[in-house]
Design a protein around this ligand. Structure first.
Ligand code: ZN
Length: 410
């Protein structure tokens, strides 16, 4: 490997700049509130765009939906090569009751080495660290090939439309690997859980409560179905290796409702019952396999409860679990960076939910690693904060990982 200008890159990453940039991003509220034209990611996206242009990045703004722009900035190296994307999202979740916060949610105040505010960890801190790291690579004058990209995307907290849009564009399709800068307390996460939600409808025949022989009772059928969910869960787990970080898949009933769509009465057997299942996937269990098993249970319930019709509806596109191998170049680059910049051995982990990385991994087939500053539990809570030392370590690791990854000549 060529000698890398490690010290020059690290020397361009200063805590003060990084804290200021993070605080500036936090101070621009970017909760998406439908119906309020200015309550979205636009203002913070504009800030990121201006910053990137000022720092010499080439920038493309992709209007994903009105007022909701993806901002992509990049630096091109000396020749063709791989494209490394440092990925973040600009939207944040609601602040809830501002009075419940120790510091106002849009303050970006630093106290005792922690920067507070909604989005400080999830994930304006990670985004700021990525921006400062990429700038450091540029300022260091380091030679590299390929492209170093910053992607600041919209709508991660809801439908992930920003990531879904990016993967359809030429810029997105050229990405070779990505580091997802979500708060994972600077652990290298090679796995992410997947999820889907399903509505199971049990249709029977309505009748008088005094004459159950005239009815097909969907509640009895729902009971039969529910009683077999633990067996269903065991069945889908068969052959799935327990993940060290994510455990095993879960199938959990979260809603049971009957009647559906009309008033509940003591003496009326309703026409239908509704169940919802929350299905959490781990690597090794494909959504289709779990859906197939749920369908099988639906058919079995129909056989056990003659006259009942059971339908299974998947409520939105399943997000599969993702895994990448430890010998992927992007993983090795980050592992090396943690040793060099963090002065410690890497810690491996898993992401309990899905991220924009799920979309990049599944749509593009590229390796992704999730690695970013902030406690894994803190997002979406009051008093969200990011520890400044972790923020700084993340930026240093991103800078060196980019340097290492883009100086490959294979
Ligand atoms: Zn996030």
């Amino acid at each position: 490997m060529p000698r890398l200008p490690v010290d020059r890159v690290l020397g361009e990453i200063r805590e003060r700049d990084l804290v200021d940039l993070t605080a500036s991003l936090v101070r621009i509220p970017s909760v998406f509130r439908p119906g309020e034209p200015d309550a979205n990611e636009r203002a913070v996206a504009r800030f990121v765009e201006d910053w990137l242009r000022r720092e010499g990045f080439t920038v493309e703004v992709q209007e994903v939906a009105p007022g909701r722009p993806n901002v992509i900035g990049w630096l091109d190296g000396e020749g063709p090569g791989h494209t490394l994307c440092l990925e973040g999202h600009t939207d944040v979740v609601t602040e809830g009751d501002p009075a419940a916060w120790r510091h106002p949610p849009w303050s970006g105040v630093v106290e005792d080495g922690r920067l507070y505010g909604r989005g400080s960890a999830d994930m304006k801190g990670g985004l700021a660290a990525a921006m400062v790291a990429a700038r450091a690579v540029r300022r260091s004058g380091a030679r590299f090939s390929g492209r170093l990209m910053i992607a600041a995307l919209v709508d991660e907290e809801d439908g992930m439309s920003g990531a879904k849009h990016l993967v359809t564009t030429p810029l997105g399709r050229a990405i070779s690997a990505a580091i997802i800068c979500e708060p994972e307390q600077n652990e290298l996460c090679l796995e992410q859980k997947g999820v889907f939600w399903t509505r199971v409808m049990l249709h029977g025949r309505m009748a008088h409560g005094a004459m159950p022989y005239a009815a097909v009772n969907p509640i009895t059928a729902a009971g039969q179905f529910l009683a077999r969910v633990p067996e269903l869960e065991r069945r889908v787990r068969r052959g799935v290796r327990r993940s060290r970080f994510l455990g095993l898949p879960y199938i959990t009933p979260t809603i049971a409702r009957a009647p559906v769509g009309h008033v509940a009465q003591n003496n009326v057997i309703p026409a239908a019952a509704e169940l919802r299942l929350d299905v959490r996937l781990t690597p090794g269990l494909e959504p289709d396999a779990a859906i197939g098993a749920i369908e099988d249970l639906a058919r079995e319930t129909e056989r056990r409860c003659p006259g009942t019709r059971v339908t299974v509806e998947i409520l939105e596109a399943p997000r599969p679990a993702t895994r990448v191998e430890r010998d992927e170049p992007v993983v090795k680059a980050l592992e090396w960076a943690v040793r060099r910049a963090g002065g410690r051995p890497p810690v491996f982990g898993g992401v309990p939910g899905s991220t924009d990385g799920t979309i990049l991994r599944t749509a593009l087939g590229i390796p992704i690693v999730t690695f970013g500053p902030g406690n894994r539990i803190i997002p979406h809570q009051v008093d969200e904060h990011v520890p400044v030392p972790e923020l700084l370590e993340a930026a240093r690791c991103y800078g060196l990982a980019a340097l290492q990854y883009l100086s490959r000549h294979d």
